[in-house]
Design a protein around this ligand. Structure first.
Ligand code: ZN
Length: 635
C-alpha cells in the first residue's frame, strides 16, 4: 500500500516539476517527502513551486542533491566561506553524507540563510550540498553539543528509522469508522505523571508521558501503562507538550521496553527535555533510588525525536495530523492540535499553558483552524486561585531586593532551573540596567546556567520584545556581565562570605541541590532575605520555612545541626508559568472556534471539578473531569 502511495506521489511530483529537473529518487522519510535531484538549484530557485506542490500533496517536501553532483568537502568549505559574509561568524562546518547536507554552525544563522534565503540557495547552486544551518549558542551549551553529536553520528540509523516510519505514515488508507477516544493514563484529577492515549481506528498516540517526582511511592510515580488497551509495540507516536518532567520524564522508559517509534516536539522541548531527563537519572542514582531506565534510553529518545516548529502541519500516522502552537508556559511549550481522520474531528491538548504575556514568552494561542474537543489543564483552576499581576509581582520583588541590599544583606532565590529562573534573570537584568536596583553580582548556580544556554540557542521561541532586543538592538540580556556562573564549592564559600549579592539556585523547593547549602550559610543573619517565587509542596523544606518554622534541624558536615532562621522570608506570587483561574476562564471564552467539549485535567480534584463546572455554567459547554484509567469517547 505504502509503495503504491509513493509511486503515485512520485508521478505527481515529476509531472509538476519543469522538464529540466532530473528527479533521481523520491522517498518518504518520516512525515516528509524527500526529492533527490541532480539539479537542486532549479527547484530551490523557484520557491513557489515547492510550496504549491507541498500544499497540493498536503505533505512536507525536502529537496536533496543526488550524490553525483556534490562538490568535494574541502572545496565546499572554501565556497561556503566565500559565499557567507564574515559577520555570520561561522564556528563549524561538517558534512552528513547520508542526507547530503552541509551542516553550518554560525553565531548569526540569519546571515547564512540570507534575505529570502538567497545565501543558502547560492550554497546549493555552487556546491550541490543542501545547507543545514544551526545557531551557535552565545552561551556554550553542553546539552546542545551532545544532542548535535548524537544526531550527526546516528545519521544512517536515523535515515532507516525515518524511512520505516514513512512507510507506516503514508499508507494511503481511508478513514472508515468515525470514532476517536482518549484514555486517561496519568495526570487526571492530580498534578504529575501526565499521560493520555489517543486512539482512532488506525492509530495509537501518547500525549505526554511524565513522572510524578513528588510521589512517595513508585505506584503513584508513573503513568498507568499496564492498561490492557496499551501495548508499547503498537504505539504509533509520542507527542510531548513541554520539557517539564511531569510531562516527559517517563519517555526513556518506553525506549527501554521496546518502543522504536518517534517523539514529536519542538526543538527547544527536545533540548530542555534531554537536560531534565539526564538530571533526573543523575539525582535518582545519587539518592540510591534508581529509575527503571538509564542514560542510554535518553540517548535513544534523542535519536528518535522529530522536531517540529509551531504551525507546521505534520502527518504523524495514517489518520492523524499534528500541529504545535505556542502555549506560553516555558520555552518551546506547545498546545497540540490533532486533526483526526478526514478532519471532521479536531482535538486540542493544551499541556500546561499561560494565557498572559510574560517577559520570556507570548501568551498561549487561542485560534485553531477547528477544535471540537479541548483537553485543558487546571493547576490553578480553583475559585481562590487569584494571583497578583506580573507587574505588581515584579515591583514587590524589586522592593524586597532593594531593602535587603541596602542593609548589606544577600538575597537567595531558590528556583526551578527551567522557565522561572530565566524569567527572573530578565527582570533583574532589566531593573539593574535601568539603575532601579543597585548593581551587584547575580550568581547563577546549578542547572540554571545550562538551561539559560539553551534559551540563548533558541531565541526564535522567545517573546517578540526579547527577539527584537536580541536581533535588532544587538542586546541579549542573558549574556549580561551581571550574571556569574557558579561552578564549585570554593566559589560558593566566597559568595556567602562576600559582599551583598543575589543568588539564583536550584532546587526550587529546597529539596536538595545547592539552594539548601546557601540556605544553611545565610539563614542565621537577619540582613539576608529568602524569596520564594514558585509552588512549595507539602513536606518540602521550602514549605516548612514558608510556614514560619524558626528552628530547622539539617544535616551539616555529617551531623544534624539546628539552624535558627533569622533571615527575612518572603513569598512572591505572580511569577507562575500557569494561568490563574481568571486566565483559564478567559482562555476558554476566547477560544476560536468555540469547542463543543472541554475535558479538564492536571489539577487537584476539587480545582478540576470547580473549573469544569464554572465553564459549563458560564459558557454552556459540555465538560468532563475523568479520573485516571477512565476512557472518554471524543467522537
Ligand atoms: Zn509544566
Amino acid at each position: 500500500m505504502a509503495s503504491e502511495v509513493l509511486e503515485e506521489t512520485k508521478k505527481t511530483i515529476i509531472s509538476r516539476l519543469p522538464e529540466r529537473v532530473k528527479v533521481a529518487k523520491v522517498e518518504f522519510e518520516g512525515p516528509e517527502v524527500v526529492i533527490y535531484t541532480k539539479n537542486p538549484e532549479i527547484i530551490t530557485e523557484n520557491g513557489d513551486l515547492i510550496r504549491n506542490l507541498a500544499k497540493d500533496l498536503r505533505k512536507r517536501i525536502i529537496i536533496r542533491s543526488d550524490k553525483t553532483v556534490l562538490l568535494e568537502p574541502e572545496k565546499t568549505i572554501e565556497k561556503v566561506h566565500e559565499i557567507v559574509p564574515e559577520d555570520a561568524q561561522i564556528s563549524d562546518i561538517s558534512f552528513d553524507d547520508v542526507t547530503c547536507e552541509v551542516i553550518i554552525e554560525a553565531l548569526k544563522p540569519g546571515l547564512v540563510i540570507g534575505k529570502y534565503g538567497v545565501t543558502s540557495r547560492e550554497i546549493v547552486k555552487q556546491t550541490g550540498w543542501a545547507p543545514k544551518i544551526l545557531r551557535t549558542p552565545p552561551i556554550k551549551s553542553e546539552i546542545i553539543g551532545r544532542i548535535r553529536n548524537t544526531v550527526k553520528n546516528s545519521s544512517k540509523e536515523r535515515k532507516k528509522f525515518l524511512q520505516n516510519l514513512g512507510q507506516k505514515i503514508h499508507t494511503g488508507s481511508k478513514y472508515e469508522n468515525d470514532w476517536a477516544r482518549l484514555t486517561s493514563m496519568g495526570g487526571f484529577k492530580e498534578v504529575g505523571r501526565s499521560c493520555s492515549l489517543l486512539q482512532t481506528p488506525n492509530s495509537k498516540v501518547l500525549l505526554d508521558c511524565g513522572v510524578n517526582v513528588a510521589a512517595n511511592e513508585d505506584k503513584n510515580s508513573f503513568p498507568f501503562l499496564n492498561v490492557p488497551e496499551f501495548n508499547i509495540q503498537d504505539l504509533d507516536a509520542v507527542v510531548i507538550s513541554h520539557a517539564h518532567l511531569d510531562h516527559c520524564g517517563f519517555v526513556p522508559y518506553l525506549y527501554h521496553y521496546g518502543y522504536e517509534g518517534p517523539v514529536y516536539c519542538t526543538t527547544a522541548t527536545r533540548d530542555l527535555m534531554t537536560l531534565l531527563q539526564l538530571d533526573h537519572i543523575d539525582i535518582a542514582q545519587r539518592e540510591d533510588n534508581p529509575l527503571p531506565f538509564n542514560t542510554k534510553h535518553v540517548q535513544k529518545c534523542i535519536k528518535h525525536t522529530i522536531c517540529l516548529d509551531y504551525g507546521e502541519v505534520t502527518d504523524i500516522s495514517s489518520d492523524i495530523r499534528l500541529t504545535l502552537h505556542n502555549a506560553g508556559h516555558i520555552l518551546g511549550s506547545a498546545m497540540c492540535h490533532m486533526h483526526i481522520g478526514d478532519g471532521s474531528h479536531n482535538l486540542v491538548y493544551t499541556g500546561d499553558f499561560k494565557y498572559e504575556r510574560s517577559r520570556l514568552l507570548e501568551p498561549a494561542t487561542t485560534r485553531f483552524p477547528r477544535a471540537e474537543t479541548v483537553v485543558m489543564e487546571s493547576t490553578y483552576g480553583g475559585r481562590d486561585d487569584v494571583h497578583p499581576s506580573r507587574n505588581s509581582a515584579e515591583k514587590e520583588m524589586m522592593k524586597t531586593i532593594y531593602k535587603t541590599l541596602k542593609r548589606g544583606g544577600k538575597v537567595l532565590v531558590p528556583v526551578f532551573a527551567v522557565g522561572r529562573a530565566q524569567e527572573l534573570m530578565i527582570v533583574l537584568e532589566e531593573y539593574m540596567h535601568h539603575g532601579m536596583i543597585e548593581e551587584v553580582p547575580i550568581y547563577i548556580d546549578g542547572m540554571i546556567w545550562e538551561a539559560t544556554a539553551i534559551h540563548t540557542a533558541r531565541p526564535e521561541y522567545l517573546s517578540k520584545d526579547l527577539r527584537d532586543q536580541i536581533f535588532h538592538m544587538g542586546r541579549n540580556p542573558f549574556v549580561s556581565d551581571s550574571f556569574i556562573k557558579v561552578t564549585n564549592t570554593n566559589q560558593r564559600k566566597d559568595i556567602v562570605e562576600g559582599e551583598p549579592c543575589i543568588i539564583l539556585s536550584t532546587s526550587g523547593m529546597l529539596t536538595g541541590g545547592n539552594s539548601v547549602e546557601y540556605f544553611k550559610c545565610l539563614c542565621e543573619d537577619e540582613r539576608n532575605t529568602l524569596i520564594f517565587v514558585g509552588y512549595q509542596s507539602e513536606g518540602s523544606l521550602g514549605k516548612r520555612i514558608q510556614k514560619g518554622y524558626k528552628e530547622i534541624p539539617l544535616e551539616h558536615n555529617n551531623k544534624t545541626r539546628v539552624f535558627n532562621v533569622k533571615m527575612e522570608i518572603n513569598t512572591i506570587h505572580g511569577f507562575s508559568g500557569h494561568s490563574n483561574r481568571r486566565q483559564l476562564m478567559d482562555y476558554v471564552k476566547r477560544l476560536s472556534p468555540r469547542p463543543d467539549k472541554i475535558i479538564v485535567c492536571h489539577g487537584d480534584p476539587y480545582k478540576t471539578v470547580d473549573l469544569a463546572s464554572s465553564i459549563h455554567r458560564s459558557y454552556k459547554m459540555e465538560t468532563k473531569t475523568p479520573l485516571n484509567l477512565e476512557c472518554t469517547r471524543i467522537q
